[in-house]
Design a binder for this molecule. Structure first.
Ligand code: SF4
Length: 235
């Protein structure tokens, strides 16, 4: 895909959503960090429900440590893998208090050293809480980048590095949110909504969903696109 097309794609995405952001609700870098840790293999809606309860009683590392692991579990038990997540969050809060004065660090290495935080979570926090031009490749971005031809790659890291190189600078900071939202609501895994896609004429995916699904049989897949499950995407 050439630069003109890439630029046009982001211009269209910007046109339909000039100020994209995360659907996770948060009021501080710490709340965002906790919400992102909780969001692994969970919906943003489910996370928001749990964090609304949790942050009303504890929204600082010290307050969550005071809740204790069992107290924290009681607040987040509606979320999948809550036992493991509670353990990681308690350990992360302990590290934030002991090593960072209770603040969320702004450096990638320090973020990735926190329990339950991997490259993807660090990228979300750096981008959304601190305004850094990072791209956290989740299952949606991985799919959209490969299908459209924006940035193909076999692993999330390969796609991330390609996107960082190829996304035109004015769009770099918000590319993360545009691509996630596009994948979540339009370029869906099973049935991409190509007939109503704002970038359909620019997208290089050869098996676009036809306009009339009822009368047009599904085409055999001749353009394989790597798919990753949430499990395969690192934290
Ligand atoms: S045209 Fe279809 S495959 Fe391409 S980005 Fe849009 S929804 Fe996805």
């Amino acid at each position: 895909m050439n630069k003109t097309k890439r630029t046009a794609i982001f211009e269209r995405l910007r046109q339909s959503n000039p100020a994209p952001t995360t659907e996770l609700r948060y009021n501080s870098a710490f709340e965002l960090l906790i919400a992102v840790i909780l969001s692994a293999q969970a919906t943003d809606k489910g996370v928001n429900k749990a964090t609304e309860r949790l942050f009303a009683v504890a929204n600082t590392p010290a307050a969550i440590l005071a809740l204790g692991e069992d107290g924290l579990k009681a607040q987040i038990r509606t979320i999948g893998l809550f036992n493991a997540k509670a353990k990681n969050i308690i350990a992360t809060c302990r590290k934030l208090v002991d090593e960072h004065g209770g603040e969320v660090p702004r450096e990638r290495a320090a973020l990735e050293a926190l329990p339950g935080v991997g490259r993807k979570t660090a990228n979300v926090v750096l981008n959304t809480a601190f305004g850094e031009p990072t791209i956290a490749v989740d299952t949606h971005i991985f799919r959209v980048a490969n299908r459209t031809g924006l940035a193909s790659g076999k692993t999330p890291l390969a796609v991330e590095q390609r996107l960082l190189r190829l996304v035109p600078t004015p769009f770099l900071h918000d590319a993360h949110h545009w691509l996630i939202l596009h994948g979540r609501y339009c370029c869906k895994a099973r049935k991409p909504n190509c007939p109503n896609c704002p970038i359909s004429d620019l997208c290089e995916y050869r098996q676009k969903t036809p306009a009339d699904l009822k009368t047009t049989p599904a085409e055999p897949m001749s353009q394989p696109v790597p798919e990753l499950s949430d499990r395969a995407i690192e934290r």
